[in-house]
Every structure is written in structure tokens, then in C-alpha cells.
Design a protein around this ligand. Sequence first.
Ligand code: DI6
Ligand code: FE
Length: 395
Amino acid sequence: MSAAGSGSEPYGAIANGAVAVTGDRIIWVGPEAELPSDLEGQAGRILDAEGGWVTPGLIDCHTHLVFGGDRANEFEMRLQGTTYEEIARGGGGILSTVEATRGASDEVLYETASARLATLIAHGLTTVEIKSGYGLDVETELRMLRVAKRLGDEHPVTVSKTLLAAHALPPDFAADRTAYIDLVCSETIPAAAAEGIADAIDAFCEGIAFTPEECERVFTVGADHGLPSRLHADQLSDLGGAALAARMGARSADHLEYASEAGARAMAEAGTVAVLLPGAFYFLGEEQAPPVAAFREHGVPMAVATDLNPGSSPIASPLIAMNMACVLFGLTPEEALTGMTRTAAAVLGFADERGVLASGAHADLAVWNVGHPAELSYWIGGNPCLAVVQNGVVR
Ligand code: DI6
Ligand code: FE
């Protein structure tokens, strides 16, 4: 096999490499010819990748995997010319999924999300972030996070859970925006934190969602409860979301199609990662791509994620998201792979722990039937994943 992720070659490639694992950890990575003989002798099980490639398991750091229903009807409307924003302002969009999610039992939410998660895992995924945000009332937000937790308990995947109560203004608060933010700050965040079912907090900063000031309030209360922040920023317009995320010390700013040069510079200084979501750009037929050249110039790390959700990115494939990041945003296949592994790990607080092939890291690996790692971003459809190792267990 060859391994991507640790050597000094492009892709960190090691030709004819070997990875040794004990328990849930990698204990050695290098050329097979240099594998210490005691390690080889002790091996309880040898997995031969037969000339394929081994990479870190893929990490999807931005999904809305748990939701009720679908929005195929809105897809038809958009194809007739109605825009995503018009649908949202008319009470559809996120709010139609909120209605379907509130009406779905825990079991239905779990089963439908399980099917989507199984597809991701089959395509080499070992870690996934899952957001709430389709409940908006306290109880349904908590239900979504509990379902996300159960998905991680019952599937071979590490789940990171993000509270996105500030995703849209629920209809019952249409006349009083402040009252909804008050509810999020005084009840939803404390309840999720007390139950230990949120690892981070997110907000949607946009004309159809929340203002920078409202997002800032939510982040401040999140931080009081020990939750790092993420931001849906500058997706449809430039409200200064990138700079806001940087100022708040957010782990990431996500989408960023309309982010400014100044926003990119602020993110670089703050160490805020740019999470690129080409699936939403593609599916909404957007025309302005995120400022990738500015991110590169200023040294903003770029992650790539699916944004898997029923409204703007119904894409249950990390590999197709990587392909889109290359074709639509001009990333190199190497940047796309790093964006779905090492950089995605950093967004979730797993820097150096996951998303790398390195001694001491979790043994999360994907084995691929490809001759070169650029193929992971190249094929569309099909599935070159031969095997997944998650926390040291072959799945
Ligand atoms: N931006 C997105 O792309 C998703 N949420 C967000 O804030 C879309 C959510 C949806 O349309 O259901
Ligand atoms: Fe999103």
C-alpha cells in the first residue's frame, strides 16, 4: 500500500508504507521496509491494502444530518425560478424542515439519519459533525442532539454535536426577535450544556436569519458554558461574518462565498478555519465563489464539508464534496483531501488526534482502491473505499 498523510512528499505520501495500531491508536507509520521487526512479529492481524492507498478516515466537519422530511418540492420551485431566499421569506425553507422535524418521532429521526450516515461511512468517513437547528424550540433542539449522540453510540463513527438553535427565527417569535435570542441564551444553551450533548455552538448570520449582534450574544453565552463557536458566515451576502467569527475566536467560519479580503485577513490572524461547502454553492446555483486565493495568500486553513441538509445541500458523499471543491472553487485535490481530514479535525477540536496518520493519533483509516490520491477528488459516483478502520477496529 501507499499512505497519504505523514511523509514529506505531496499528500505526505509514503510509498510501500505500513501503519501499526495498538488498541485505538496508531503507534507507528513509515515505509514497510523500516517497520520494526518486533511490531511485525506481535501483529495479531495484518490488513493488506494490496497496492491501494491508505488515508486518514474522512472527517465531515459540517452537516445537518438529522432532520424530518425532505424539500424536493422546493427544489422543483427553485427550478421554476423561485429563489432560496424567496422560499425562506415565504415561510418555507428551513422552517418547513422545522415543522417536519418537530412532527417526527425520535425513532424516525434516528432511522432516517442512520441511513444517510451509513452512506457516509461506506465512503470512508470516520468522524462527522452533526448540528441541531431544525427544532428551534428547546425540546426539539435537545431531541436532535440526543439523536446525534445515539448515532455515534450505535455506528462506527465519532460524532461531534453542535447546537444551532440560532438557525432561523421560529414563526411563533416572528414579532419579537429578541425574545427568541433570549430563549436561546437563557434556556436552550444552558439545557444542552447541562446535559452534555453539545460540543460547540453555531449560528446563521444572514439577512434571512440572524444579525451579527444577535450571533455575538449567542456566542458569548455559549462561551460562558464552555462551548467553542462556529459561524454560518457570508453565504448569501457580506454581513461581515468572517470578521465576526475571527473577533469571537470562532473555530471556523463556514460557507464564506461573500467574505471580504479583510475578513480573510482577520480569520488568518485569529486562527479561524474557513469551512468550504461547495455542495450548497452548487445546489443553490450560486455564482460567487469564496475567496480561496485570499485564504491561501493569508494562510487561512481550508476545510471541506458536505453541509448535508435537505434544503441547500442534499449530498451524502464526502468524495463528491471534494470533487466540487476542486471543480467549483479551484482547490487542488491535495487541498481537498487535507480539508476533509487534518483541517476538518482541527475545526472539531481534534487537531493532531484525528485526521492524520501519525504515531499517537486515533487509528481512524480509510483504505482505497485507487492508484493515486487525486482519484479521491476525481471520480464522481462509484465508491473506491475498500475498508474503514475506526478507533483501531476494522469496519
Ligand atoms: N446554511 C445552509 O446551507 C444550511 N443552513 C444554513 O444556515 C441550509 C439549511 C436549509 O436550507 O435547510
Ligand atoms: Fe450548514
